[in-house]
Ligand binder design. Structure first.
Ligand SMILES: [Zn+2]
Length: 256
Protein backbone atom coordinates (compact mmCIF):
# COMPACT_ATOMS: atom_id res chain seq x y z
CA UNK A 1 0.00 0.00 0.00
CA UNK A 2 1.44 3.42 -0.87
CA UNK A 3 1.88 6.24 1.61
CA UNK A 4 -1.09 8.21 0.32
CA UNK A 5 -3.46 5.29 0.80
CA UNK A 6 -2.07 4.65 4.28
CA UNK A 7 -2.58 8.31 5.13
CA UNK A 8 -6.18 8.33 3.96
CA UNK A 9 -6.86 5.12 5.84
CA UNK A 10 -5.47 6.67 9.03
CA UNK A 11 -7.53 9.82 8.54
CA UNK A 12 -10.69 7.77 7.91
CA UNK A 13 -10.11 5.80 11.07
CA UNK A 14 -9.42 8.97 13.05
CA UNK A 15 -12.70 10.50 11.90
CA UNK A 16 -14.49 7.27 12.76
CA UNK A 17 -12.96 7.33 16.21
CA UNK A 18 -14.00 10.88 16.90
CA UNK A 19 -17.58 10.10 15.84
CA UNK A 20 -17.83 6.88 17.81
CA UNK A 21 -16.06 8.11 20.93
CA UNK A 22 -18.82 10.70 21.23
CA UNK A 23 -21.26 7.82 21.70
CA UNK A 24 -19.11 6.19 24.37
CA UNK A 25 -18.44 3.05 22.35
CA UNK A 26 -14.65 3.47 22.32
CA UNK A 27 -14.18 1.75 25.67
CA UNK A 28 -15.11 -1.63 24.22
CA UNK A 29 -11.88 -3.64 23.93
CA UNK A 30 -12.97 -5.75 20.96
CA UNK A 31 -13.86 -2.64 19.05
CA UNK A 32 -10.55 -1.02 19.95
CA UNK A 33 -8.67 -4.09 18.76
CA UNK A 34 -10.54 -3.90 15.46
CA UNK A 35 -9.51 -0.28 15.09
CA UNK A 36 -5.92 -1.19 15.95
CA UNK A 37 -6.04 -3.86 13.27
CA UNK A 38 -7.07 -1.30 10.70
CA UNK A 39 -4.36 1.18 11.67
CA UNK A 40 -1.46 -1.11 12.55
CA UNK A 41 -2.36 -3.89 10.16
CA UNK A 42 -3.21 -7.50 10.85
CA UNK A 43 0.38 -8.64 10.33
CA UNK A 44 1.84 -6.34 12.93
CA UNK A 45 -0.70 -7.28 15.56
CA UNK A 46 -0.17 -10.97 14.88
CA UNK A 47 3.58 -10.55 15.22
CA UNK A 48 3.30 -8.63 18.46
CA UNK A 49 0.89 -11.20 19.88
CA UNK A 50 3.13 -14.05 18.74
CA UNK A 51 6.18 -12.50 20.36
CA UNK A 52 4.32 -11.90 23.61
CA UNK A 53 3.06 -15.48 23.43
CA UNK A 54 6.58 -16.76 22.90
CA UNK A 55 7.84 -14.98 26.00
CA UNK A 56 5.07 -16.54 28.03
CA UNK A 57 5.62 -19.96 26.51
CA UNK A 58 9.32 -20.17 27.40
CA UNK A 59 9.87 -23.21 29.61
CA UNK A 60 9.71 -22.20 33.26
CA UNK A 61 12.51 -24.58 34.28
CA UNK A 62 14.89 -22.99 31.82
CA UNK A 63 14.10 -19.49 33.01
CA UNK A 64 14.51 -20.50 36.63
CA UNK A 65 17.86 -22.15 35.99
CA UNK A 66 19.08 -19.14 33.99
CA UNK A 67 18.14 -16.86 36.79
CA UNK A 68 19.37 -19.04 39.65
CA UNK A 69 22.98 -18.73 38.52
CA UNK A 70 22.78 -14.98 38.74
CA UNK A 71 19.89 -14.38 41.11
CA UNK A 72 22.00 -12.84 43.85
CA UNK A 73 23.52 -10.35 41.46
CA UNK A 74 21.91 -6.95 41.01
CA UNK A 75 20.80 -6.09 37.47
CA UNK A 76 20.61 -2.82 35.56
CA UNK A 77 19.80 -1.80 32.00
CA UNK A 78 21.58 0.88 30.00
CA UNK A 79 19.25 2.56 27.53
CA UNK A 80 20.15 4.99 24.74
CA UNK A 81 17.66 7.41 23.16
CA UNK A 82 17.64 9.63 20.06
CA UNK A 83 19.91 7.52 17.80
CA UNK A 84 21.17 6.13 15.65
CA UNK A 85 24.08 8.56 15.29
CA UNK A 86 26.44 8.07 12.32
CA UNK A 87 29.64 8.41 14.38
CA UNK A 88 28.91 7.78 18.04
CA UNK A 89 26.56 4.80 17.78
CA UNK A 90 29.16 2.64 15.95
CA UNK A 91 31.77 3.70 18.57
CA UNK A 92 29.44 2.58 21.33
CA UNK A 93 28.60 -0.67 19.53
CA UNK A 94 32.31 -1.50 19.18
CA UNK A 95 32.94 -0.92 22.89
CA UNK A 96 29.91 -2.96 23.94
CA UNK A 97 30.85 -5.83 21.60
CA UNK A 98 34.35 -5.98 23.10
CA UNK A 99 32.80 -6.25 26.55
CA UNK A 100 30.00 -8.68 25.57
CA UNK A 101 27.34 -6.32 26.96
CA UNK A 102 23.78 -5.88 25.63
CA UNK A 103 21.88 -2.61 25.94
CA UNK A 104 18.67 -1.08 24.63
CA UNK A 105 18.43 1.51 21.85
CA UNK A 106 15.29 3.60 21.38
CA UNK A 107 15.52 4.91 17.84
CA UNK A 108 14.04 8.01 16.27
CA UNK A 109 12.47 7.15 12.92
CA UNK A 110 13.85 10.23 11.16
CA UNK A 111 17.41 9.36 12.18
CA UNK A 112 17.33 5.91 10.60
CA UNK A 113 17.65 6.73 6.90
CA UNK A 114 21.21 6.18 5.69
CA UNK A 115 22.14 4.36 8.91
CA UNK A 116 20.47 1.04 8.14
CA UNK A 117 23.77 -0.82 8.59
CA UNK A 118 24.11 0.55 12.13
CA UNK A 119 20.62 -0.71 13.00
CA UNK A 120 21.47 -4.10 11.47
CA UNK A 121 24.63 -4.21 13.58
CA UNK A 122 22.61 -3.48 16.74
CA UNK A 123 20.40 -6.46 15.97
CA UNK A 124 23.34 -8.69 15.05
CA UNK A 125 25.10 -7.82 18.32
CA UNK A 126 22.02 -8.81 20.34
CA UNK A 127 20.87 -5.40 21.55
CA UNK A 128 17.20 -4.61 22.06
CA UNK A 129 15.78 -2.11 19.57
CA UNK A 130 12.84 0.06 20.59
CA UNK A 131 10.90 3.04 19.29
CA UNK A 132 11.38 6.71 20.31
CA UNK A 133 8.81 8.17 17.85
CA UNK A 134 9.61 9.50 14.37
CA UNK A 135 10.28 13.19 15.11
CA UNK A 136 10.84 13.13 18.88
CA UNK A 137 7.34 14.39 19.61
CA UNK A 138 5.62 14.74 22.95
CA UNK A 139 2.87 12.20 22.39
CA UNK A 140 0.30 13.70 24.77
CA UNK A 141 0.44 17.03 22.91
CA UNK A 142 -0.62 15.50 19.58
CA UNK A 143 -4.03 14.35 18.33
CA UNK A 144 -4.31 10.57 18.73
CA UNK A 145 -4.02 9.71 15.04
CA UNK A 146 -0.84 11.77 14.62
CA UNK A 147 0.68 10.26 17.76
CA UNK A 148 -0.09 6.79 16.40
CA UNK A 149 1.50 7.63 13.07
CA UNK A 150 4.67 8.79 14.85
CA UNK A 151 4.96 5.38 16.44
CA UNK A 152 3.80 3.16 13.58
CA UNK A 153 5.98 4.92 11.00
CA UNK A 154 9.03 4.29 13.17
CA UNK A 155 8.02 0.66 13.78
CA UNK A 156 7.74 0.16 10.03
CA UNK A 157 11.20 1.67 9.40
CA UNK A 158 12.73 -0.65 11.98
CA UNK A 159 10.79 -3.64 10.65
CA UNK A 160 12.07 -3.05 7.14
CA UNK A 161 15.65 -3.38 8.40
CA UNK A 162 15.40 -6.01 11.13
CA UNK A 163 12.31 -8.01 10.12
CA UNK A 164 10.97 -7.55 13.66
CA UNK A 165 8.44 -5.07 14.98
CA UNK A 166 9.66 -3.32 18.14
CA UNK A 167 7.62 -4.17 21.25
CA UNK A 168 9.03 -1.47 23.49
CA UNK A 169 8.73 2.26 23.27
CA UNK A 170 10.44 5.10 25.12
CA UNK A 171 8.05 8.05 24.99
CA UNK A 172 9.99 11.33 24.60
CA UNK A 173 9.83 13.38 27.84
CA UNK A 174 8.24 10.34 29.50
CA UNK A 175 4.83 11.45 28.21
CA UNK A 176 2.65 8.39 27.57
CA UNK A 177 -1.04 9.14 27.03
CA UNK A 178 -3.14 6.11 27.93
CA UNK A 179 -5.44 6.64 24.96
CA UNK A 180 -2.65 5.44 22.64
CA UNK A 181 -3.22 1.91 23.79
CA UNK A 182 -5.94 1.61 21.17
CA UNK A 183 -3.44 1.77 18.33
CA UNK A 184 -0.22 0.24 19.63
CA UNK A 185 0.43 -3.01 21.41
CA UNK A 186 3.70 -1.88 22.93
CA UNK A 187 5.10 -1.42 26.38
CA UNK A 188 6.38 2.01 27.39
CA UNK A 189 9.79 1.91 29.06
CA UNK A 190 10.59 4.67 31.53
CA UNK A 191 13.75 5.14 33.64
CA UNK A 192 14.81 5.76 37.23
CA UNK A 193 18.36 7.03 36.67
CA UNK A 194 18.56 10.15 34.50
CA UNK A 195 22.22 10.79 33.69
CA UNK A 196 21.51 14.19 32.06
CA UNK A 197 24.34 13.31 29.66
CA UNK A 198 22.87 15.52 26.91
CA UNK A 199 23.00 18.50 29.25
CA UNK A 200 26.33 18.15 31.04
CA UNK A 201 28.28 16.46 28.22
CA UNK A 202 30.65 15.62 31.03
CA UNK A 203 31.94 12.09 31.53
CA UNK A 204 32.64 12.47 35.25
CA UNK A 205 29.26 14.02 36.00
CA UNK A 206 27.42 11.22 34.18
CA UNK A 207 29.41 8.58 36.02
CA UNK A 208 28.81 10.25 39.38
CA UNK A 209 25.04 10.30 38.85
CA UNK A 210 24.99 6.59 38.02
CA UNK A 211 27.29 5.72 40.92
CA UNK A 212 25.00 7.62 43.31
CA UNK A 213 21.60 6.47 42.02
CA UNK A 214 21.95 2.98 40.57
CA UNK A 215 20.29 0.08 42.34
CA UNK A 216 19.06 -3.42 41.52
CA UNK A 217 16.52 -3.13 38.68
CA UNK A 218 17.60 0.34 37.54
CA UNK A 219 16.94 1.56 34.03
CA UNK A 220 19.57 4.16 33.14
CA UNK A 221 18.77 6.88 30.58
CA UNK A 222 21.52 8.00 28.19
CA UNK A 223 21.87 9.25 24.59
CA UNK A 224 24.22 7.82 21.98
CA UNK A 225 24.54 11.23 20.33
CA UNK A 226 27.66 12.57 22.07
CA UNK A 227 31.28 11.40 22.40
CA UNK A 228 31.15 12.08 26.14
CA UNK A 229 28.12 9.79 26.48
CA UNK A 230 29.88 6.95 24.69
CA UNK A 231 32.98 7.34 26.87
CA UNK A 232 30.89 7.54 30.04
CA UNK A 233 28.71 4.56 29.01
CA UNK A 234 31.71 2.28 28.51
CA UNK A 235 33.23 3.37 31.81
CA UNK A 236 29.88 2.79 33.52
CA UNK A 237 29.75 -0.71 32.00
CA UNK A 238 33.20 -1.45 33.46
CA UNK A 239 32.33 0.12 36.82
CA UNK A 240 29.01 -1.74 37.24
CA UNK A 241 30.46 -5.04 36.06
CA UNK A 242 33.21 -4.67 38.63
CA UNK A 243 30.59 -3.96 41.29
CA UNK A 244 28.91 -7.28 40.42
CA UNK A 245 26.03 -5.97 38.31
CA UNK A 246 24.58 -7.95 35.42
CA UNK A 247 23.86 -5.52 32.59
CA UNK A 248 20.74 -6.62 30.73
CA UNK A 249 18.35 -5.32 28.09
CA UNK A 250 15.33 -3.37 29.36
CA UNK A 251 12.84 -6.14 28.51
CA UNK A 252 14.56 -8.47 30.96
CA UNK A 253 13.81 -6.07 33.81
CA UNK A 254 10.21 -5.60 32.72
CA UNK A 255 9.23 -9.11 31.76
CA UNK A 256 11.03 -11.35 34.28
ZN1 LIG B 1 14.80 11.62 23.37
Amino acid sequence: MDKRKKYFRAVTVAVLLVVLSGYGKISDRTFRMQVARVIAGEGMLRLVEAQYGQKEAEPVAEMVSDRSETEDRPRAALTFDDGPHATYTPMLLDGLRQRGIHVTFFLMGKNIEGKEDIVKQMQKDGHLIGNHTYDHVQLDKLPGDQACQQILKTNNEIYEITGEYPLYLRPPYGAWPKNLEFCVTMLPVFWDVDTLDWKSKNVQSVENIVKREVKDGSIILMHDSFPTSVEAALEIVDMLTEEGYDLVTADELLVT
